[in-house]
Structure formats: C-alpha cells, structure tokens
Design a protein around this ligand. Structure first.
Ligand code: ADP
Ligand code: MN
Ligand code: MN
Ligand code: MN
Ligand code: MN
Length: 350
C-alpha cells in the first residue's frame, strides 16, 4: 500500500448516490494531474442497470463531477470526487436531487443560506443486530440515558470508528464540526457545518461515504434507518439547522417567525420527502423519544418535542437560526435543504 506512484498518476474515486437514494457507490479512474475543482475532472459513465438507475438496454449513465475532496485513505495527491448522476438522455437521475438544491442555492445566493446538519446513525454487527448488543436478539441491560455522550465499554461501542471518521473527514476538507455518542446503544451523531449553501449537503454525503469506508475496515455495517431497533427504542434523525442573512441580522426573529408559518402551511409536503421512506420516518416521529408527531406541526423555544426548535439564545438575541427536527436519519440533505429554501425564500425562477 505504501508503494510510491509515478508523479503524474492521481487516483480519483468517483462517488455517487445509487438508485436506492441512500446507498453509495464508487469507482476509480487514473487522472494525470491533481484537479483543484470539479470542472477539471472529466465526466465518466457507469452501468446504471447495476445500480437501479437505468434499464439494461439503455444503461449508460453519466457521472458529473460536483466537488473535489482530498482522499483520506490514499492521502495526497489522490482525490474523492462527489458526483451527480444523469441519465443517457441528459435528465437528472431519479435520486439526483443535487441539481434542485444547487439551483435554489444559486438563485438565493444573496440571502446567504447557511446549514448545520446533525447526522445520527447506528452501528450494526454483520449479523444485522446492534454492535455490542447481546447476541441472539438481546437488549442492553442499562437505561438509554447512559449512552448519550457516554464513556466506558459498557455504555458505548465503536469509538474507533467515529474517531477515524472524524479525522478522515477533516483531512478531506469537509466542514466536520463535532461528534457525540447518542441515546441508543451503538448509535452516534456527527455534525457538518456551519456550511454555506450547497457545501453542507455535499459534505454530508461525502462524510457518509467516508463513514462506510472506515466502518468497512472494522467489519461494521452503518445504518441510517430512522427506527432500526423497533418501536420501543429511540429513533435516528438528521436535524437540519438553517439560517439566512435576514435571520442572522438584527430583528431577524420576525423573519424566523414568518418562515415558521410557511413551514407550518407546507408541513405534509415536507414530510413526504423528509426520509428515504415515509413509513419508517412515521415510526420514528411517534411523539416519544424527543420527537413531535409525524402529522402535527409544532414549534417551540428550547423544546425537543417540537417539529421546529429555536435555541434559547435565538429568542434572547432576537436573531439566529431555526432547527428542523423532522428529517429522518436516511433523508437526502439535498432535498431537505432545497425544500427549506423553497418554502422559506421561494422557488428558483426557471
Ligand atoms: P443540538 O444537538 O442541541 O441540536 P448541535 O450542536 O448538535 O445541537 O447542532 C447545532 C447545529 O446548528 C450545528 O450543526 C451548527 O452548525 C448549526 N448552526 C449554528 N448556528 C447556525 C446558523 N446561524 N445557521 C445555521 N446553522 C447553524
Ligand atoms: Mn467494464
Ligand atoms: Mn446534536
Ligand atoms: Mn442527536
Ligand atoms: Mn439537534
């Protein structure tokens, strides 16, 4: 693995979201110089019929480079390339929501949308049961609350993975912000942010790819399922923190309130797209385990039982950001960030 390569050979890993809308794929191409931005990376094709993105008789599917990261596995000068997927006819593939989000980011650039994303996840052993959970379908013997930000082998498991993931994300150039053990045993969270425009969602997807690669080395499966261990156990979400220049400026609280009213009016439109599968996010948003019910919009200051939470200092300072607690762990941040901009700021003109 340490063999030196000729200096004009750069390994580029093209990364994309497959037809499932949550799993990722990658394949490698040798470039002859280091690309510093996506427009220096050539488009590439793949067999979309093997990823649920095309039919066998019309399978050539296009990878369009979107963002270049440093490769934390091979190190410099090698790169990871986050890509968008296009069908042979030039249309975005069904699970390519980046174009939708990017169009809104460009259209509303003067509003300076910022995002902070809190990705929760669960580590599973290769038998599909929670990592470190008693074998044969057993449950942890202690209360959940001990795992949240917990320490000690009894309460947390898989710290090597979160540690490796965090360092790899920072090396790659991701806006990696922090990490903590979550309430349910074998579940954790990392945060991306505070990021400007499309970079938050790009970074979140690349950080999911890096997590899959790090966990691969440990023989651990990572799931973003919103309710992986059943109804009696906590759920897995991805809170989206969102602000614009107006929200962050003096008097911004009034605009935050206006946005909350619009979000309330569009509640079900958002809920339909806030997870990879509406039914599993419905299981998570039960009104229990620090969630608001799926069908009922609510907001509150410092409330973890509301759809939208405002941190106490936002109310005190009269400006800041809002936290949308509704998205499932397996949501597409391109869709959620896009919807937040569309509903609060208006659609992008075509
Ligand atoms: P909690 O778990 O209490 O919700 P976290 O610290 O996990 O809090 O997440 C808070 C998130 O809010 C971070 O991802 C951060 O980037 C984001 N954030 C902070 N300020 C802003 C802002 N002005 N606009 C958008 N997001 C913000
Ligand atoms: Mn081939
Ligand atoms: Mn958090
Ligand atoms: Mn959390
Ligand atoms: Mn949160």
């Amino acid at each position: 693995m340490r063999l030196p390569l000729p200096c004009n050979k750069v390994l580029a890993t093209y990364v994309w979201i497959d037809g499932s809308g949550i799993n990722m794929r990658s394949k490698d191409k040798i470039l002859h110089c280091v690309p510093y931005s996506a427009d220096q990376v050539p488009p590439w094709a793949f067999d979309g019929s093997s990823t649920g993105q095309a039919t066998t008789d019309n399978s050539d599917t296009i990878l369009k480079p979107a963002y270049v990261y440093r490769d934390p596995f091979r190190c410099d000068p090698h790169v990871l390339i986050m890509c968008e997927v296009y069908q042979g006819d030039g249309q975005p593939a069904a699970t390519n929501n980046r174009k939708y989000c990017n169009d809104l980011c460009n259209y509303h650039a003067a509003e300076e949308p910022w995002f902070g994303l809190e990705q929760e996840y669960t580590m599973l052993d290769m038998d599909g049961w929670g990592l470190g959970w008693p074998k044969g379908g057993g449950f942890p013997s202690f209360k959940y609350q001990f795992s949240y930000c917990g320490v000690g082998a009894k309460y947390v498991v898989g710290r090597d993975i979160t540690e490796g993931h965090g360092k790899a994300c920072l090396y790659a150039g991701i806006d990696f912000e922090g990490t903590n053990a979550e309430v349910m045993h074998a579940s954790w969270e990392w945060q991306i942010g505070t990021s400007v425009g499309i970079k938050g969602a790009d970074d979140l997807w690349m950080s999911r790819y890096i997590m899959a690669r790090v966990a691969e080395d440990f023989g651990v499966d990572i799931t973003y399922h919103p309710k992986p261990m059943g109804l009696l156990h906590p759920g897995i979400g991805m809170h989206h923190n969102f602000s614009t220049k107006r929200m962050r400026s003096d008097g911004g609280f009034k605009f935050i309130e206006e946005c909350i009213k619009k979000l309330e009016a569009n509640h079900m439109k958002h809920m339909k797209k806030y997870g990879n599968d509406e039914t599993t996010n419905r299981m998570r948003l039960s009104g229990k385990f620090e969630t608001a019910p799926f069908d009922k919009f609510s907001w509150g200051v410092a409330s973890r039982k509301a759809s939208i939470r405002l941190q106490r200092h936002v109310k005190e300072k009269g400006k800041g950001f809002l936290e949308d607690r509704r998205p499932a762990g397996d949501c597409d941040p391109y869709l959620v960030c896009g919807l937040l901009m569309e509903t609060c700021l208006g659609p992008a003109a075509s």
